[in-house]
Unconditional design. Structure first.
Length: 160
């Protein structure tokens, strides 16, 4: 699985790309923290635990369908994290009374749409990577060397 960090209105959301299933998995606690406008990770985790228990009591399958995936935490270590794909997240978002629910739904739909576009035109992914590296302050030479290194690595590891 490939790991990425994305921003939603200035807040980090952890996600993993599952190549076998071809879909993103997002950290549920990170989404909850945005929904309840809470910067404190422990409080967002507590809210998620309470919501999870309420949903279980109601017999909701949403909690059952969440996956436990290892994601990098702010301390740099990997921990088991409740994660969900976009479909499950939409169902979870509906369970949280928040005025921020609609912007997150739109954002998740945009993430899915971008992935579909990337599949049909992989060059879009490469161009986006260049833009991200430029925003990080990387030089054009560094970016070119990085992409060349990736191409060489792919050729060396391609056993087909």
């Amino acid at each position: 699985m490939n790991s990425n960090l994305v921003l939603f209105k200035g807040k980090n959301i952890r996600r993993l790309w599952d190549e076998k299933q071809e879909k993103w998995y997002f950290s549920v606690v990170d989404i909850i923290s945005v929904l309840i406008n809470e910067d404190n990770h422990r409080k967002a985790q507590s809210y998620w635990t309470t919501l999870k228990n309420r949903l279980k009591i109601k017999g909701s399958q949403v909690v059952t369908n969440c996956d436990q995936l290892k994601m990098r935490a702010s301390d740099g270590k990997f921990y088991i994290t409740d994660s969900a794909d976009v479909e499950i997240l939409f169902r979870l978002i509906q369970s949280v009374p928040s005025p921020k629910a609609e912007p997150i739904k739109i954002w998740l739909a945009k993430v899915g749409y971008e992935r579909i576009q990337d599949i049909s035109d992989p060059e879009r992914s490469l161009n986006r990577a260049r833009k991200y590296w430029q925003r990080m302050g990387r030089s054009k030479e560094w970016i070119q060397q990085r992409m060349l290194g990736q191409e060489i690595r792919n050729k060396l590891t391609d056993y087909r």
